[in-house]
Design a protein around this ligand. Structure first.
Ligand SMILES: CC(C)(COP(=O)(O)OP(=O)(O)OC[C@H]1O[C@@H](n2cnc3c(N)ncnc32)[C@H](O)[C@@H]1OP(=O)(O)O)[C@@H](O)C(=O)NCCC(=O)NCCS
Length: 196
């Protein structure tokens, strides 16, 4: 892979991850409007302003600033075949020092579900996380009844760490989550937990 940290992007034969930029505001607005009901149960509650061009522009500008500050790396997920925007994936809460860690979030447009897009996007963002951004650990939190997301995390090889009650405020209430992780070491093979 031939990326520099500032030009970080990744692709395979189906999808491409592009760093979030404010010029994508129009396309994200259309996608969020079309998926507002679909995403509702699975994402933090956002206000009506989010579903306007100004709201999207401000969100994307914020993501660009966080990227510049080495605090979060967000990517639009696009189909290689026609450049269509179909989702978003983000490494947030980047902490350096002794932790070198980030949290993972993602969604794929309802009409593009069940085509392996989220699985591919997570695999690609893990390449970026470890090979480009030089992180050591990526954490995912999934609600225990989010069957699609649980399967994505399982297919991409994350380790189940435990159950976190009242972990994130999703759809307006504090909801329990399963916590999963992937570390640089675990990419080479399953974790040996015989020392437990
Ligand atoms: C969860 C989500 C990201 C899955 O995206 P996707 O692109 O459809 O996922 P994939 O096509 O890579 O599917 C991965 C696996 O999950 C399965 N799957 C996908 N959606 C599913 C669902 N609703 N119920 C059960 N299984 C599902 C697929 O069949 C596939 O399994 P398989 O390979 O064994 O057949 C997407 O439905 C979404 O954005 N949901 C709303 C937001 C969200 O939940 N984000 C994650 C928060 S942790």
């Amino acid at each position: 892979m031939n990326w520099t940290k500032d030009e970080a992007q990744a692709s395979n034969e189906t999808i491409r991850l592009n760093p979030l930029v404010d010029s994508d505001a129009d396309e994200f607005l259309q996608l969020y409007q079309a998926n507002r009901v679909f995403l509702g149960p699975w994402v933090p509650t956002v206000d009506d302003e989010f579903f306007t061009l100004a709201g999207q522009t401000s969100n994307l500008l914020r993501m660009m600033a966080l990227r510049e500050a080495d605090q979060a790396y967000g990517y639009g997920i696009r189909l290689v075949e026609n450049n269509q925007l179909v989702g978003r994936i983000t490494l947030s809460n980047v902490v350096r020092g002794a932790w070198e860690s980030a949290t993972l979030g993602y969604w794929v447009s309802q009409t593009s579900n069940r085509r392996g897009i989220a699985t591919s996007a997570v695999a690609l963002v893990l390449d970026l996380a470890f090979d480009v951004l030089e992180l050591h650990r990526v954490q995912a939190a999934v609600m225990p009844y989010n069957a699609g997301s649980l399967r994505v995390i399982e297919k991409t090889g994350f380790l189940y760490e435990g159950y976190a009650p009242y972990y994130l405020r999703i759809a307006g209430r504090w909801q329990d989550h399963n916590i999963y992780s992937m570390t640089r070491e675990m990419r080479q093979g399953p974790h040996d937990n015989s020392a437990r």
